[in-house]
Design a protein around this ligand. Structure first.
Ligand code: ADP
Ligand code: MG
Length: 345
């Protein structure tokens, strides 16, 4: 998948030439960017707002498979998942740095494609790329993104503030990214068994988009600010609803009731769940990579939240000794268990 007609060797540019080449059209969207790429460090002025910082590393073969991940999508996703962490703090992303470990297996054109995706995400969310590092990796492609965001003083939201009787809310829908991944894995196996087989991916745009091109919910953070709602706790869904909800419960010292039939699932995910014979509840609870926001709000905010079609109330917070449970439509109670992705599993 990494063949292309023109192939410029990285060696022909050298490290500094490559950095210049990849960043020569870098745009600046934020007034707070005082010094960007080109010096020993960048300078940001956050104008009295509080600064939120997060970093994430993506490793080829662990977090992504270049057989079915277009480089442009990979660049977009590497940025998007970091912006999602900033959103999960109720902050607005403003800047990123991007470090890459690459081998000569990549051509300059391949890296340009990757950066096209990076710039597409930066431009969509008005985030400035202000630095990074470039190094050699002999063990596959390594990507490290650091994202910086800003928030009004004291308005950031942690995982530890959920209170008994708070409502549990989630943005968008869940489980689709996992089903998209199952589809890509299935078509990869078909292709590996018979190289003449073309992957059958048509009519699955939504679930494929969910795994290949996730979007950080900057819109939800903006909406919450507009409606003057400050969630009591918040987290983004990278590992699965179950694991993220347990994080909030553990950190807040509370329990919860989650209603299975309230978990939002798209029609396309339902159809694909049937095809793969995987319950969509399982995909939502343990699939992960949906990058939606999971948050708790005081009951007083119910009216406001209920009016937003992109937010679903899926349960409520209980006392710690009631445990963390899911209620099925028939009224059965299941203890929630974290089956999220385990980095060392
Ligand atoms: P230093 O030797 O001080 O680390 P570098 O030569 O690594 O400087 O980087 C020069 C400039 O280019 C710095 O502003 C750095 O942040 C930026 N930079 C380096 N690699 C990348 C990259 N892959 N993407 C974006 N900016 C980069
Ligand atoms: Mg450097």
């Amino acid at each position: 998948m990494m063949e292309e007609q023109f192939r410029t060797e990285i060696a022909s540019l050298g490290e500094f030439g490559l950095i210049d080449h990849l960043t020569k059209n870098n745009e600046t969207f934020q007034a707070s960017t005082i010094e960007s790429i080109g010096d020993d460090a960048a300078v940001i002025d956050q104008f009295g707002r509080q600064t939120v910082i997060t970093t994430d590393m993506l490793v080829e073969g662990v977090h992504f498979d270049l057989m079915y991940t277009p480089l442009k999508h990979l660049g977009y996703k590497a940025v998007a998942v970091n912006l999602s962490d900033i959103c999960a703090m109720n902050a607005t992303p403003t800047h990123i740095t991007l470090s890459i470990g690459i081998s000569n297996r990549f051509s300059v054109e391949a890296l340009e494609e990757f950066y096209d995706g990076v710039y597409a995400a930066c431009s969509k969310y008005s985030v400035d790329l202000i630095g990074g590092d470039t190094t050699t990796s002999h063990k596959g492609f390594i990507i490290s993104v650091t994202a910086i965001g800003e928030v009004a003083p004291g308005k950031f939201v942690t995982r530890r503030g959920a209170q008994v009787n708070d409502l549990i809310c989630v943005s968008g829908d869940l489980g689709a990214a996992y089903l998209g991944l199952q589809l890509l894995e299935r078509e990869k196996q078909v292709y590996l068994e018979d190289k003449n087989m073309q992957p059958d991916l048509k009519d699955h745009d939504y679930i494929l988009g969910r795994i290949l091109k996730p979007e950080p919910r900057v819109d939800i953070v903006e909406w919450l600010a507009e409606k003057e709602i400050v969630p009591t706790a918040m987290i983004d869904i990278s590992d699965g609803l179950s694991s993220e909800l347990l994080h909030i419960c553990t950190k807040s010292g509370v329990g919860c009731v989650l209603y299975e039939d309230k978990i939002p699932v798209s029609d396309e995910a339902k159809a694909m769940g049937m095809q793969f014979n995987i319950p969509t509840t399982t995909c939502a609870l343990s699939g992960g990579e949906d990058y939606e926001l999971l948050f708790t709000v005081a009951q007083a905010d119910y009216e406001k939240v209920a009016k937003n079609g992109n937010i679903t109330v899926i349960g409520y917070i209980t006392a710690l000794d009631e445990g963390a449970n899911m209620l099925t439509p028939s009224g059965k109670k299941h203890a929630l268990v974290a089956q999220g992705w385990n980095a060392f599993g």
